[in-house]
Design a protein. Sequence first.
Length: 78
Amino acid sequence: MLRLASLHSYSTSDEQLSSALPVVRRCWGSIGTLAAKMMRGQEIGHDDVLAALGVTDGGGPGSFQLSLIASGAVSPHP
C-alpha cells in the first residue's frame, strides 16, 4: 500500500513493527474498507487501494498525496 522505510534493513522485528505501526494506525479506516470488500469475496486492486485512501493522483512512486499520508501530514479519506 504505502512505501515505508526499507523495513528489511532494521535489525529486529520490534523495530519493523514500530516503524510500520503509525502508518497502519493512520490508514486503519482504509484497511477496514478493503478488508470488507475481500470478506465479501471481491478482489481488490491498485485502484481500490487508491480509492480507499482518497488518492486521486495515480499513486505512483512520485505521488504527493501518498507521501503526505506516509509522513502523517494528512489522514487518508476513505
